[in-house]
Write a protein that binds this ligand. Structure first.
Ligand SMILES: Nc1ncnc2c1ncn2[C@@H]1O[C@H](COP(=O)(O)OP(=O)(O)OP(=O)(O)O)[C@@H](O)[C@H]1O
Ligand SMILES: [Mg+2]
Length: 377
């Protein structure tokens, strides 16, 4: 094995610096895998061990075919690399098996000129990048909603309260049959008012932040949910108690988590889900950073909050537009929940990611924690 490792290393870094190349390879944050002509794992870097969830020692006993079903398109790619001796890139591959659940992966396969049949695979999990992309795209849409919300608030709320007041007066003075109609007018006016209020939340007001304990937010939402719309659902809490506070607006975070938990509850309240469950989890994850708009510095997002459910998954046709306003698969849904979630998370400088397949849907928020500079303010 070591000869191929050395050869691959030399190839990667130029003739005389093999040892350096091996170190570089180990430290590379993208998964790199070298397969021999029989698809046995010859070499994996640390990122690949992490990606596949198996140690290098464990992998050295295995073939790629032991991890991924034979009909997966990745094998076609590998055979094409062997046949054409050219580099081939495939986007949006799903590596699904009982041990592995990776979706939307970009795989680049290259031949090793020094050993016929060996293939170097470089993997990239594009889902985070795509989620970011989508969030940036949706922000434009959210802005147009915020403009519309301002107009609605201005033009609709006043006449609406007039209609509501008139209906209330009628209620007091008409007979029972007509009273029902007057009540209907009042209720519908309330419904429009609630919708306008929700849309107003898209406004562009600066947010007031403090140090917020994320677990208090999660517990608050869980109690709210369990005393109302999620009374029939089992909750699991997997909290990391050592987490530092988030730098956030507490009420807006409650809104975010509430919307996610409400969606999760609605997802598990359908036919076919026998043991509806929602899991709330928190954790610390190094290495998630984003650019700060208008600045060259980067923002660290080490705190992760996950809301997971065992519902049927997000409908395929909705996925590309998930965070856009008015996208809904529900007959009574307004489709504003997730666009509001993404707007608030974006306003906080955070990120949102989604993984969904039948039986397991997870929304993950990546949020900034309080830094010394924040607490000085
Ligand atoms: N946990 C989930 N499981 C399955 N599908 C989901 C989940 N969360 C969201 N979705 C899908 O995404 C769509 C958009 O969600 P969003 O919260 O934006 O709107 P909504 O729930 O339909 O309406 P609203 O939140 O305004 O009442 C949903 O209609 C549903 O199809
Ligand atoms: Mg919703």
């Amino acid at each position: 094995m070591s000869t191929v490792v050395a050869r691959a290393s030399r190839l990667l870094a130029g003739r005389n610096r093999g040892a350096d190349a091996a170190t570089v390879l180990a430290a590379l944050p993208v998964p790199v895998i070298l397969l021999d002509p029989e698809n046995r794992f010859r070499l994996v870097n640390q990122a690949a061990e992490h990606f596949l969830g198996i140690s290098a020692a464990g992998l050295s006993q295995l073939r790629l075919n032991d991890l991924i079903p034979a009909d997966n398109p990745i094998f076609l790619l590998i055979e094409q690399v062997r046949g054409t001796e050219a580099t081939i890139v495939d986007h949006d591959l799903n590596l699904d098996s009982p041990r592995l659940h990776k979706r939307g992966i970009t795989v680049q396969g290259s031949p090793l000129p020094e050993e016929a049949g060996a293939v170097l695979l470089v993997m990239q999990d594009a889902s985070a990048a795509r989620a970011l992309d989508r969030q940036l795209a949706f922000r434009g849409a959210a802005r147009s909603v915020s403009g519309m919300a301002a107009i609605l608030a201005h033009e609709v709320k006043n006449p609406l309260s007039g209609i509501r007041g008139a209906a209330q007066l009628l209620e007091a003075s008409v007979g029972p049959a007509d009273r029902e109609l007057a009540e209907l007018i009042r209720d519908e006016a309330d419904r429009i008012r609630a919708l306008v209020d929700r849309m107003e939340a898209f406004g562009e007001k600066p947010i007031a932040r403090t140090a917020v304990n994320i677990h208090r937010v999660l517990e608050h939402v869980r109690k709210l949910a369990q005393s109302g719309f999620a009374a029939h659902i089992r909750f699991h809490e997997l909290y990391d108690p050592s987490l530092p506070p988030v730098w956030a607006n507490r009420d807006q975070l409650v809104q975010v988590v509430l919307n996610l938990v409400k969606n999760a509850a609605e997802a598990v309240t359908v036919e076919g889900v026998h043991h509806p469950e929602i899991t709330l989890a928190t954790g610390f994850q190094h290495g998630m950073r984003v650019a700060i708009p208008g600045s060259t510095s980067r923002l660290d997002l080490p705190l992760v909050v996950a809301v997971r459910d065992n519902g049927p998954g997000i409908p395929e046709d909705i996925r590309p537009h998930l965070f856009e306003p008015f996208v809904s698969s529900k007959s009574t849904g307004s489709g504003l929940g997730l666009s509001l979630v993404a707007k608030i998370v974006g306003d906080h400088g955070g990120l949102i990611e989604v993984d969904s397949r039948p039986g397991r849907t997870e929304f993950r928020l990546h949020l900034p924690v309080v830094t010394e500079r924040d607490s000085d303010q």
